[in-house]
Design a binder for this molecule. Sequence first.
Ligand code: PTJ
Length: 256
Amino acid sequence: MVLPTHPRYESLMLRAKMVEAYKNGILSDSGLIAHGRGEAFDYLIGEKTTLNAHKAIQAAAAALILAVYPVISVNGNTAALASHEVVILTQSLDAKLEINLFYRTSERIKNIRKILEDAGAFEVLGVEEESVTIEGLKGPRSKSSKIGVNQSDVVLVPLEDGDRTEALISNGKFVITIDLNPLSRTSQKASITIVDNLIRAIPHLVREVDKLKNTSKSELRNIVNNFDNQLNLQDSLDLIAQNITTKKEKKIDKTD
Ligand code: PTJ
């Protein structure tokens, strides 16, 4: 048992949650590895929502409010970590919620649908309704609900793989992602990348949507247009570099 006094308590509890989700058939085995990769980057950004991430969250909220047909795409990791918050965000935006899995099995679809419905979702797409293929994409991830991602103008894809992000962009979608790795193909290709742990970013996004809901369309457009994703990613990389240097210096200080 991990005691709350353990210095890595929160991180270890998250791991336990992921292992549980794997055992319950929500998370894929690779999802556990993806979580580990995320942990490493989270450590490097300081395990908190940075100023850069806040800027991206604000732009993402504005883009989602402006969207005509917003869709939130959910995979195993997102369902395991933030099903309640995702459902709240969906309802607050009047968006569609769609399951899209890399490792798609009917069992996982059933389990993820259940936790989303238990969290309050009225409608979960990507299950068994009519689907179409996202152009330029192969495999199970290419499936898109006819009334879901297929029709979207803005799509939120927390934790996505690069191929799907690229395909969504080339199909004319405005893609918002949440990815702790600023160098990933998804981070680099998305329209807006929130470099943050989705466990923190999604609740922040919910609050930002609430805050900006009554803002004029022209002001919202200004927020989106003034956001530069490449610049924001570079700021996150600079922060990581700075954190590594500072920690290195601290260590040298201690040993000296
Ligand atoms: O549920 P499925 O079948 O769709 O499986 C999805 C996985 C996660 C296996 C698949 O999308 C995958 O392989 O992902 P990758 O390519 O490993 O990418 C995961 C990215 O998300 C990496 O860049 C991680 O740094 C990042 N990441 C991991 N955990 C989090 C995260 N970003 C934000 N919040 C997290 N909690």
